[in-house]
Design a protein around this ligand. Sequence first.
Ligand SMILES: *Cc1c(COP(=O)(O)O)cnc(C)c1O
Length: 460
Amino acid sequence: MNEQLQQDAAQPEQVLATAVHAAIEFLHSLPTRPAAVAPFITDREQLPAVGVGVAAALAHFRQKYERGLSGSAGPRYLGFVTGGVTPAALVGDWLTAVYDQNPTADHDSIAPQVEQEALHFLRQLFVLPDEFAGTFVSGATMSNFVGLAQARQWAARQQGHDPSQDGLYGLPPIPVLATSPHSSSYKALAMLGMGKRHLSRVPMLPEREAMDVSALDAALTAVAGPAIVIASAGTVNTVDFDDLLAIAALKAKHNFWLHLDAAFGGFAACSPRYAHLMEGAELADSITIDGHKWLNVPYDSAITFSRHPRLQVEVFHNAAAYLGEVGDNPAPVHWTPQNSRRFRALPAWLTLWAYGRDGYRDIVERNCDQAGWLGDQISQSAQFRLLAPVRLNVVCFTLAGEPTAAVVDRFLTKVRDDGRVFLTPTVYQGIPGIRAAFSNWQTTERDLEIIWQALQEMAA
Ligand SMILES: *Cc1c(COP(=O)(O)O)cnc(C)c1O
């Protein structure tokens, strides 16, 4: 055996202690570490012929790169929609590597059953009926892909085609309708051979990002054959929700698959204050929920729910002699684009068991209160302007006056370089804007004060 490998293997306690030590130092640095860091140029080194062992390798990594790591796991990174990592999720993720299970087959370990239990907890958290089959995937993009792949299979099946066998050759385009879809739905349509161009935008309600359901009704009347509707439970700009009950009610009149992108907005279901926004989610055919956002498990993790497990397996069936027949309970290998995969369920299982329903209600309500507080400050400030009411956990605002995209960009670069908070740009109703998204369990009132102070100083 290689000498360095042998030395490391001989002292597992010391090796793990170096990781614990580095982790504790990093975690302690989070409150003061810059929320985001401008990337810097480093010399690219050559692969060593003779290695140095893990302790020296880690020391070298930290010395060279640690100052370039952002505080994205910390309390004041409000860019995109970025979750942190709960202590239980962290322990789960570390042990995922230790256990190194591959929950792909269902007959060589308990891991697939742990996954099924974690998915059961998640169904309960989102108040979804047991009919929904669940699967862990790498992110909401992949979850949208898996949902829309089934929708494609369903729509083509109705016309006597099986795209999993025959492809889409010779089929007319399948109409896809949505109002404020996430960019990843377009990406999924591109990957599925359905074409981004075949997504039609249904008009919004006035002053909203939510769908005008009567316009959807008219659009569905106009299309021939089965269609796909992508509903939003939480748009990225203003966390607006489509009226899921009203959309689902159209199923009585029209033939469509309802895919629900609830990547982070789905967590509204965790709080009685917001649960009404998710009413009707149980009527969707497929649902996307992200894990590495509001569930606060580390990258990468998401969940895909489906009412049509047979269709899901039809698409993702991985036939091989060594895997055996697909019975009534197909093994995980037949459910997603991945064959081998990480034991992603473990961090989710541990954090759900450790903090329970009340723990997630607390995270969601605190983050929403924080967004509400910042929205109040902004609406009373002469330096900023709120672009939309704060509905859940995102504040969509801009600088006072009529700022151009370049002005907003300059402001955001200044904010990033200051380091106290990190925010990302957007465009809302044609206006260059800024989003502040709260989805980290660690953010406190003290952080809010620091954030507000920084924003005022940077805009001065
Ligand atoms: C973040 C997000 C996605 C994509 O999620 P990834 O986890 O980055 O793949 C899709 N839909 C919505 C609504 C999102 O907020």
